[in-house]
Design a protein around this ligand. Structure first.
Ligand code: SAH
Length: 344
């Protein structure tokens, strides 16, 4: 990609326009067209003089993601988009409707390098990071396609957001801007497999963003077997970082725990987890695991999920069971992946 105007914050755009000889107020106008009205071309910026629009068009290319495929779940109206990017790479984005409004689950990378054993995204590795503009475009295009406004964003699609740190931070800042979509940072949740140093950095630069940590096991031995990242950052280091994050931000940490049949879903796992989390300002979100076709990783039985839940509750842990959405269209947690053209 050449030059990416849409990935710039307003301050960066003002600086760029100044360097290129355009007045300051033009930068705010262009910024609002791109991020508030979410137009896809300079032609549509109708309050700019025609000559200027042509000049801008010649100078700065604009890239938008395109919908390749759109699937609606027959079970719950969840919608999964397959987007193609400027270089023909593809990512998936999921739109969910809740009582309080629409939540969009966006991808932050093409693929992922963290190789969690149970997750479809990691199977073919990482191709590249997404640019801020490519994350923004997922929001803009999904909103336009459905004629809705999204109120919550979860960074829980393809990729490890903390491995694409600076682009993710910029994405959040632009999305949150009053002159853009004005989506509150408290309505944005970032989910990570547990990149310890970046969790601390996140507390510093985006303290209002909700942190969700993928735990999935109550001890290092089991976690190490299913999540290679545990070899880099042990559970103790991870929980220490979460405590620091919660202390610095005053926000409650969410722990995601996907339940796999006969692997991590026994009552003793629940008790070990409760012991680990006791006293922490946290909430546990149990995810009945979604099938991704990997051997040895089967969905927990409903009874095991309920028992696990009861056990945590009994130990005084805040816990909920996540409603599974869009499973019939492979839109649920861990089911998103790069698609090849023959699959489309
Ligand atoms: N890389 C980030 C965000 C992407 S995954 C992370 O690891 O948190 C979003 C959530 O789906 C994570 O909690 C992830 O562990 C979970 N997940 C992955 N595969 C799953 C599966 N097969 N069933 C249920 N949840 C899964």
């Amino acid at each position: 990609m050449n030059f990416d105007l849409k990935s710039m914050t307003l301050t960066q755009l003002e600086r760029k326009f100044k360097d290129d000889g355009f007045p300051n107020y033009r930068a705010s106008q262009v910024f609002e067209w791109l991020h508030k009205h979410t137009v896809e071309s300079f032609e549509q910026m109708t309050n700019l003089p025609l000559k200027l629009r042509e000049e801008l068009k010649a100078k700065y290319p604009l890239y938008n993601c395109k919908i390749v495929k759109q699937q609606t779940s027959a079970l719950d109206d969840t919608i999964k988009f397959l987007f193609s990017l400027w270089d023909k790479a593809t990512v998936e984005t999921v739109l969910m409707k809740y009582k309080h409004g629409y939540t969009l689950c966006i991808s932050t990378q093409v693929g992922c390098s963290r190789s969690c054993a149970f997750c479809a995204t990691g199977i073919s590795g990482l191709s590249r990071n997404l640019l801020p503009s490519e994350m923004l475009s997922q929001v803009y295009v999904a909103q336009k396609a459905k004629g809705i406004k999204v109120s919550n964003i979860v960074l829980m699609g393809m990729g490890e957001p903390l491995d694409n740190f600076s682009n993710v931070i910029k994405f959040i800042d632009i999305l949150n801007s009053e002159r853009a979509q004005n989506i509150g940072k408290r309505n944005i949740t970032l989910s990570t497999c547990g990149i310890v140093p970046k969790i601390l950095e996140l507390a510093d630069v985006q303290p209002q963003v909700n942190l969700s940590v993928s735990l999935h096991a109550p001890n290092d031995e089991l976690r190490g077997k299913i999540m290679p990242v545990n070899a880099l950052y042990s559970l103790k280091d991870l929980l220490d970082a979460c405590i620091k994050h919660a202390n610095l931000t005053g926000r409650r940490t969410t722990f995601e725990y996907a339940l796999f049949d006969n692997l991590n879903d026994k009552p003793e796992h629940a008790r070990e987890l409760a012991f680990l989390l006791k006293g922490l300002n946290c909430h546990v979100n149990l995810i009945p695991a979604n099938p991704v076709g990997v051997k040895g990783y089967k969905t927990s039985k409903r009874e095991s999920v309920n028992n696990f839940y009861d056990e945590l509750l009994l130990e005084g842990i805040n816990v909920t069971i996540r409603r599974t959405l869009g499973q019939d269209i492979e839109a649920s947690c861990g089911q998103l992946k790069r698609r090849y053209m023959y699959e489309i």
